[in-house]
Design a protein around this ligand. Structure first.
Ligand code: DX5
Ligand code: ZN
Length: 224
């Protein structure tokens, strides 16, 4: 089944709990938690306290996307009963193998992400360790940017590797510039989890539900 992970980065932070509740009630499979430190990416978002404050407002598990330097120091902060994935950037650590093992030792699933300029082959020796690969389809840092077309080639490459290698069993997630128009193309290429920020959280509460419904239709989970 194809899955949807709305990014709360584009939500109205003054009504975050409420908007998270609306999104999960509308059928969001995860909440995508974009953590930015102003160093790895040129923007600061929020930390684990904000994520934890949502616990009572949503029923969906967290898909935590760490866009931070020294991720090793912060993994344990993001481990909660609701944390399903912690995703780290290949570019943010020298010891990726060790970091993935660290995440898995907490009992949470481990994901690895690559920026638009980073080739898939840099993940060759960790693909058998991870539960998820996140292909960035914009340069991370901000919501509302335009989709970078070449990302589809990376998704196809990962889908092919997963098919060919018996030791790999990761899900493919895509993040950045996804809307209801280009969603089908990335799903057809092999994406399992779509992250969408501005295409879900723009507009009022009714619109959030409507936006999620539209994605569910493209994913074949609601009648058109
Ligand atoms: C970008 C973040 C994304 C962002 C996506 O750095 O990692 O998760 O929220 O936003 P949209 O869907 O608006 O491109
Ligand atoms: Zn993200």
């Amino acid at each position: 089944m194809k899955l949807l992970s709305p990014s709360i980065l584009s939500a109205d932070f003054s009504a975050l709990g409420h908007q998270a509740k609306i999104a999960t009630e509308a059928g969001a499979d995860f909440l995508h938690i974009d953590v930015m430190d102003g160093h790895f990416v040129p923007n600061i978002s929020f930390g684990s306290a904000v994520m934890k404050s949502l616990n009572s407002h949503n029923t969906a598990p967290y898909d935590v996307h760490l866009m931070i330097e020294n991720p090793e120091q912060y993994i344990s902060e993001f481990v909660t009963d609701k944390t399903e994935y912690i995703v780290v950037h290949q570019e943010a650590t020298i010891h990726l193998n060790r970091l993935i093992s660290q995440i898995k030792s907490t009992g949470v699933k481990a994901g690895v992400s690559i920026n638009p300029a980073t080739p898939v082959y840099t993940l060759k020796h960790v693909l058998n360790m991870v539960d998820l690969v996140l292909v960035m389809s914009v340069n991370p840092g901000f919501g509302g940017q335009s989709f970078i077309e070449d990302s589809v080639n990376k998704v196809r490459e990962l889908a092919r590797i997963r098919e060919e290698r018996e030791d790999c069993n990761f899900l493919i997630e895509i993040d950045g510039g996804i809307n209801r128009k280009n969603a089908k193309m990335v799903l057809d290429a092999g994406v399992d989890i779509i992250v969408a920020g501005s295409a879900v959280f723009k507009g009022d509460e009714e619109t959030i539900t409507e936006n999620i419904n539209e994605f569910m239709k493209v994913m074949g989970r609601r009648n058109p």
